[in-house]
Design a protein around this ligand. Structure first.
Ligand code: MG
Length: 259
């Protein structure tokens, strides 16, 4: 389905959903450490979400078996949490979560380095990918075209020889996890479908230290880099406004919580 202009009550539900999502991601960022399995993190996510009142939107989506996608190192996205997948010092861990509340879905992701990075390039990769997301969000306004967003994201990453994953893209979001149109992380300005204020979209650059090619692993879900290079993924759900965007999944304005 194509993303629709959301009503005031739908937007209110998405604000609540996004806040729950950000709360869970913040808790995961605080608790993730070497020695935990990715399944442990899924259990933490479920436990953190439960009292907030939302549902994990990914569980069962096209048969996805878990509440969260956790993707480590050369895994770009859609990693399935497993009890035998243990996080190690220096890993880059992508945490991609979705929340449904009052029928409305938000989608967001962060990548984190566990403890001491294996190389400085990993820190830069995460910083540059998060910055590319911010640049993409800054390009948003009423009647923006999808190509304007993709162009902005791609340009912001040009100063280094990164791979920008092309097979996976951002998307409309709200009533469904994935609504049309696609929001690529590359492209030309003044191309692609127009987006209107009060539509909601997920922008999500996926960036590698090598090439842009990816493949789907034998589990049928996990997307890995073809060349084994490590990758980062940041994502927000945003509401398009007259002259900008409101980030519905921001981690920045949450209460500090327990440290
Ligand atoms: Mg997404």
């Amino acid at each position: 389905m194509t993303t629709r202009v959301k009503t005031a009550s739908e937007i209110a539900a998405m604000r609540d959903s996004g806040r729950m999502l950000a709360t869970v991601l913040k808790a995961l960022k605080r608790q993730v450490k070497a020695g935990l399995s990715t399944k442990d993190l899924a259990l933490i996510a479920a436990a953190e979400l439960r009292p907030l009142g939302g549902e994990a939107a990914f569980k069962g989506y096209q048969g996805f078996p878990e509440v969260i996608c956790i993707s480590v190192n050369d895994e770009v996205v859609h990693g399935i949490p497993r009890a035998d997948k243990i996080i190690a010092e220096g890993d880059i861990v992508g945490l991609d979560f979705g929340v449904k509340y009052k029928g409305m879905i938000t989608d967001a992701a962060v990548s984190v380095i566990i403890g001491k990075p294996k190389q400085q390039g990993h820190i830069r990769l995460l910083q540059d990918t998060e910055a590319a997301l911010a640049v993409g969000i800054a390009a948003v306004h009423d009647r923006v075209r999808t190509g304007d967003i993709g162009f902005a994201v791609e340009q912001s990453l040009k100063h280094r020889r990164y791979g920008i994953v092309r097979d996976l893209v951002g998307h409309g979001v709200g009533h469904q996890i994935h609504e049309d149109p696609n929001i690529p992380n590359y492209g030309r300005a003044n191309t692609g479908p127009w987006l209107d204020k009060n539509m909601t979209i997920a922008i999500e650059p996926m960036v590698t230290l090598g090439g842009d090619r990816v493949y789907i692993a034998k589990d049928g879900w996990t997307v890995r880099t073809a060349d084994g290079s490590w990758s980062a993924h940041f994502e927000h759900t945003v509401l398009i406004t007259e002259d900008g965007a409101e980030i519905l999944t921001s981690l920045d304005d949450l209460p500090a919580g327990k440290q």
